[in-house]
Design a protein around this ligand. Structure first.
Ligand SMILES: *Cc1c(COP(=O)(O)O)cnc(C)c1O
Length: 222
């Protein structure tokens, strides 16, 4: 199937309230152009250099979502143009994004990555670590980042019940911190969950942003 046909198939399954981030990492510019021609404007990348190269070549109305693990020393390269950073996994990183966003005269929307999988993946706040950071309150002084919600990845398993449980735990956590820390903030509204193999479950669990790569672009060679 073509990229455009895959994209159409995914989009017909998504309720209108959910935005699709087409994850184009490791795919050539031409693949993104095909999706762009079909109307796709949100693209997700996980390597700063690759995303910046694509940004420079492709039309400027694309929203670039950075979805990968981000090192503080790379933030400066994307601060001028990135539309959203999905994987803020430490306060230190948030501070650096704020600093670079200020230099670029921007406010960058950021999602807090929460570790919801049972697997021992390295990245993301635990629920408690996230609440501790929010309680500390220092983040309120960071005027060049806008906390826009949460992001998570479910365990890479075949057990739908487990995946659903993990997604729902993030939805519950989102509601809790929305009420306790962001009641006044219209910006805090995103739940970024769902990839190619589990997005139907994410849709059922309150996703507002799905991040879908291989189902649209095919397998990656890396
Ligand atoms: C690669 C990636 C995706 C997309 O994965 P697919 O299985 O290709 O849909 C989504 N989220 C993150 C964080 C990724 O790194």
């Amino acid at each position: 199937m073509s990229i455009q046909a895959n994209l159409k198939e995914v989009l017909t399954e998504l309720p209108a309230r959910i935005r699709l981030v087409a994850v184009s990492k490791f795919h050539p510019v031409q693949a993104l152009e095909e999706a762009y021609a079909a109307g796709q404007r949100l693209f997700g990348e996980s390597h700063v250099q690759e995303m910046t190269q694509k940004y420079e070549i492709l039309p400027k109305d694309i929203e670039w979502h950075f979805i990968g693990h981000l090192q503080t020393n790379k933030v400066k390269y994307m601060a001028p143009y990135v539309a959203m950073i999905h994987a803020i996994d430490s306060y230190k990183l948030l501070v650096e994004v704020n600093k670079q966003a200020a230099k670029a005269h921007r406010v960058i929307p950021c999602l807090l990555q929460i570790h919801i999988a049972q697997e021992d993946t390295k990245f993301g706040f635990s629920f408690d670590e996230c609440k501790d950071m929010l309680d500390a309150g220092e983040w309120r002084k960071l005027n060049n980042v806008s906390l826009a919600g949460v992001m998570g990845m479910a365990s890479n398993v075949d057990d739908d019940k487990q995946i659903k449980r993990e997604f729902c735990s993030l939805n519950t956590f989102f509601k809790e911190i929305k009420q306790n820390y962001f009641a006044e903030s219209d910006a805090f509204k995103e739940i970024s969950i769902g990839m190619s193999h589990d997005y139907p479950l994410a849709v059922e669990s309150g996703s507002t942003l799905v991040r879908i790569g291989s189902k649209i672009f095919g397998e990656r060679n890396y």
